[in-house]
Write a new protein. Structure first.
Length: 152
């Protein structure tokens, strides 16, 4: 489910970056593609939460020299295909992930030991980083409940 939400976030951020309006047609289009209302709502909530609570989230995600780019070490290339690297660059350019999150995702890809890691597995890692990374620091801001969470 997290992978679907990440796909929706990437789509919405791309639309926003291209100055396209997000409206009922967008939601209807996503529904027709097979995404559930809960997935769509969660993606919208994630975007609104990031832009409302962290005013400079998108700008901070793009910090650094705009002319720099990430080059993989030969060791990293064993685990990260050009498709996966392209996906991570896209997420960074859209402001979905920050540079430090991209590095964390690359590290986690290497730790899996899969050579090369499939894009579907990377999408799961991205979902984990986006939705669970802040869970320790700010449990009230999590999108998903953890097994140890107690609801009163």
């Amino acid at each position: 489910m997290q992978e679907h939400i990440v796909e929706i976030i990437v789509y919405l951020m791309s639309e926003l970056r291209n100055n396209h309006a997000i409206n009922e047609r967008t939601v209807h289009s996503l529904s027709k593609k097979g995404y559930s209302q809960m997935e769509i709502s969660t993606a919208f909530s994630w975007i609104v939460d990031r832009t409302a609570s962290e005013r400079d989230y998108l700008n901070s995600a793009l910090e650094g020299n705009p002319f720099s780019f990430r080059v993989l070490h030969e060791f990293e290339k064993m685990f990260i295909s050009s498709d996966v690297l392209g996906y991570l660059i896209q997420l960074t350019e859209l402001g979905v992930i920050a540079h430090d999150q991209r590095e964390e995702i690359i590290d986690r890809c290497i730790i899996t030991g899969m050579q090369p890691i499939p894009l579907d597995a990377v999408k799961k890692i991205v979902g984990d980083v986006l939705f669970n990374a802040a869970s320790i620091a700010a449990p009230s801001r999590r999108v998903f409940l953890q097994p140890s969470d107690v609801i009163h």
